[in-house]
Design a protein around this ligand. Structure first.
Ligand code: ADP
Length: 487
């Protein structure tokens, strides 16, 4: 059977399930307590009844005398009213037989319970054990019977039984049972209401969290839930949620910034290409003029291509699809080649670029990626070092590692930006920075390539004095495949 939507939603709710577990637990507890109490009451009343019958048995012994065989007598002072009353009470449920089961005295009340047959008497005498039995009178009322052996002065055996009505005890137990188990559903109902209320109260902050979460969209990521200050699990959840929101907001901001930057970056070469083509179309006359316009357009197409390539590479490295093509790479000559390539741009920027590469050192690495790493570091160093500055590249070996150092005396990086420069799309926002706009991806690649080779990047920078990037690469084998190394 399928519950209607609203009801089934409610029955699946945590509040409902908490209440149900609470009620089930409480019912089981109350039920078992009730059963245990009832049993305790029954056994207490039973013990009391037996103790009373024991007392009466002893009293009967005190009052009975046997003159000769099969002749007994109640020995008491009939003028003593108290004595007479006691004896009368003792004889109310009373049976006395000789060893063969011949009745010597039997009260009417005892006869109603059923006098023991001679063979029962004989068996009882043979076993000589005290017998406890519960008998019911014809009207259904219960009695406790104590039966057993009795001797006279000459060691002649008799069978005696006395009884005690248990109706009162039974009514007490019944009264307790009825009252308790009638009250039980009321208690369970009250406990379920209490459970429902308490579970609702405990879960209210969760509703606040889910309500806030529902209201969150890309445009209001600054929403936060106010912790209640109780320091409990829910506060912990709220704090975790808020921290997650902070991270999400930061990522969203980065992505937003990135989209703006990418469109900006793409627009500049596109506008230039369009301008050059229009000029060629409307004003060029000679083949040289056409050629010049096409060469300029091609340069911008080249830049466009680089941007698209960087984006593609980034998405591949992010999704772990990029496998390193490792081979033995001689780092000294590789770095020297890259430094040579950067001499012309360095001269153009009036930066003195030098390299200190004392010894050849070979590592297992992906040549293309290591070239990209050195290029990114060098292009940054040149870009962010003004005319007259110095950039130096050093390579050395230390223990199990190869250290590549790119140092400049350029503008440096503010301390607040330093922890973020390896984040994707992160660029230092300041007027003197970015003489030439980048995508903020260069250092992300540097960090990713180092990590993919089992190494890491360290940076030290003082604003106004310069920066030093240190790459540590292990000489042994690094990681072969990069699973989200950028993340
Ligand atoms: P970009 O494309 O902007 O150069 P990068 O990821 O290569 O992106 O660098 C991130 C930021 O770190 C840059 O915007 C720049 O502000 C700063 N930076 C990187 N290298 C240097 C350096 N050698 N000197 C000063 N600032 C640097």
């Amino acid at each position: 059977m399928k519950l209607p939507g609203k009801l089934s939603k409610r029955t699946r709710s945590l509040r409902f399930r908490l209440t149900i577990s609470y009620v089930v637990f409480f019912s089981l507890l109350l039920g078992s307590v009730g059963v245990l109490f009832r049993q305790a009451l029954v056994s207490l009343l039973d013990r009391q009844a037996r103790a009373l019958l024991e007392e009466e048995w002893a009293a009967v012994n005190g009052y009975l005398r046997f003159e000769r065989r099969r002749q007994h007598e109640w020995f008491y002072d009939p003028t003593d009213q108290e004595d007479a009353a006691i004896v009368e009470r003792l004889r109310r449920y009373f049976l006395l037989t000789d060893a063969e089961g011949n009745v010597m005295e039997a009260s009417n009340a005892y006869r109603v319970l059923g006098v023991e047959k001679p063979n029962e008497v004989r068996t009882a005498l043979r076993s000589s054990r005290v017998e406890w039995k519960t008998r019911r009178a014809s009207n259904g009322e219960p009695y406790l019977v104590r039966a057993g052996l009795l001797h006279d002065d000459r060691r002649r055996a008799y069978f005696m039984a006395i009884a005690l009505p248990l109706a009162e005890n039974e009514r007490t137990v019944e009264g307790f049972t009825v009252n308790y188990f009638v009250l039980l559903p009321v208690m369970i109902l009250a406990s379920s209401l209490l459970g429902w209320f308490l579970a609702g109260r405990a879960l209210r902050p969760l509703h606040d969290v889910s309500k806030t979460a529902q209201n969150i969209t890309g445009s209001n990521l600054d929403l936060r839930i106010v912790p209640r200050g109780s320091g409990d699990e829910l506060d912990h959840l709220i704090e975790t949620f808020n921290r997650m929101m902070e991270r999400l907001a930061a990522s969203f901001e980065q992505i937003r910034q990135f989209s703006t930057d990418v469109s900006h970056e793409l627009r500049t070469p596109l506008t230039a290409i369009r301008g050059q083509l229009e000029v060629a179309l409307f004003t060029a006359r000679t083949p040289e003029q056409y050629r010049e316009a096409m060469v300029n357009a091609l340069e911008d197409v080249e830049r466009l291509g680089q941007i698209v390539k960087a984006l593609l590479l980034l998405s591949q490295s992010e999704s772990g699809q990029l496998a390193l093509q490792k081979s033995a790479v001689e780092l000294s000559s590789l770095v020297l080649d890259v430094v040579d390539q950067f001499q012309i741009p360095a001269e153009a920027a009036q930066v003195n670029l030098t390299a200190e590469l004392p010894e050849p050192c070979t590592v297992q690495a992906d040549r293309i990626q290591i070239e990209r790493l050195v290029s990114n570091l060098l292009s940054n160093a040149i870009k962010y070092t003004g005319p007259g500055g110095r950039v130096s590249v050093r390579l050395r070996r230390e223990a199990e590692e190869v250290l590549l150092e790119v140092e400049d005396n350029g503008q440096g990086i503010p301390a607040g930006d330093l922890p973020h420069i390896f984040d994707r799309f992160y660029r230092v926002q300041s007027a003197e920075h970015s003489p030439e706009k980048g995508l903020g991806l260069g250092l992300s690649f540097v960090a990713w390539i180092a990590k993919a080779h089992g190494g890491r990047v360290e940076v030290a920078s003082v604003p106004g004095e310069g920066s030093r990037f240190l790459i540590r690469l292990p000489q042994g084998d690094g990681a072969d495949r990069i699973e989200g190394a950028l993340a």
